[in-house]
Design a protein around this ligand. Structure first.
Ligand code: SF4
Length: 235
């Protein structure tokens, strides 16, 4: 099977949730926070891929990629849009002063793992002045985790593994760019856990193929299906 990071993460959180989303076709409706985050990602992707540099072009990307779904009314949407404009203006100022060079943005990768195919899309890879590569992931939520959590983050590590195996890019640094908070956390990448991660991705893909979807209730309190799931547990 083809396994992306999202599929892998959700299967590891709760196999039953995986089944609801990817086999039964259930959808999680957008709310202001998720709609805003998706719009920011879409705007940054559009702007980086167009290779534009001006703030006005970034504003244009936001206008053209803004999603209107998920807001209770127009006034709420307008407030989130203004916030997105402020956040991107600050992002643009920081981007203009960066010394690293953009190597690729929204870069898709595929690599074969046993009989499966691993797929992912990396927000961007930069090359530092010393020639090393920095894998960057945009985050639009308000919180900024510790360096230790960024170093251990499964999404960044999944992408760093893909960058090496599929793109031949030896990542040296992992960076989370908290666009809304205006902060970045960069940590050295330690590839020593790559074989373990690859084995776990393969194990998840094997279990999905085998139809193993037993509920795992550890993540119930923050699950979107909490109210309706027969296996849900709050504690
Ligand atoms: S509520 Fe709990 S058991 Fe049900 S899908 Fe969500 S995480 Fe899984």
């Amino acid at each position: 099977m083809e396994i992306s990071y999202t599929r892998y993460r959700i299967y590891r959180e709760c196999p039953w949730k995986y089944k609801l989303l990817f086999l039964d076709g259930r959808r999680i409706p957008l709310v202001p926070k998720s709609s805003y985050g998706l719009s920011l990602h879409r705007a940054l992707e559009d702007w980086l891929l167009r290779g534009e540099t001006s703030l006005e072009s970034l504003r244009e990307s936001l206008r053209s990629k803004w999603l209107t779904d998920g807001y209770p009314d127009e006034a709420a949407e307008a407030r989130w849009y203004s916030k997105a404009e402020r956040v991107l203006a600050r992002f643009h100022a920081e981007e203009s002063s960066r010394r690293s060079r953009l190597i690729c943005a929204e870069k898709e990768f595929f690599w074969d793992l046993e009989r499966h195919r691993v797929r992912g899309k990396i927000d961007r890879i930069d090359q530092a002045p010393d020639g090393t590569y920095d894998l960057v992931d945009y985050k639009t939520g308000p919180g900024v985790p510790s360096s230790a959590r960024v170093a251990a983050d499964p999404q960044l590590r999944f992408y760093a593994l893909g960058a090496g195996r599929a793109l031949g890019v030896p990542v040296s640094t992992l960076t989370m760019d908290f666009v809304t908070a205006g902060e970045r956390v960069s940590v050295p990448y330690d590839p020593s856990g790559e074989e373990t991660l690859a084995a776990d991705i393969a194990a998840a893909a094997n279990a999905i193929e085998a139809g193993e979807f037993a509920a795992d209730t550890r993540y119930c309190p923050r699950c979107d299906f909490l109210a309706e799931c027969p296996y849900a547990k709050l504690l």
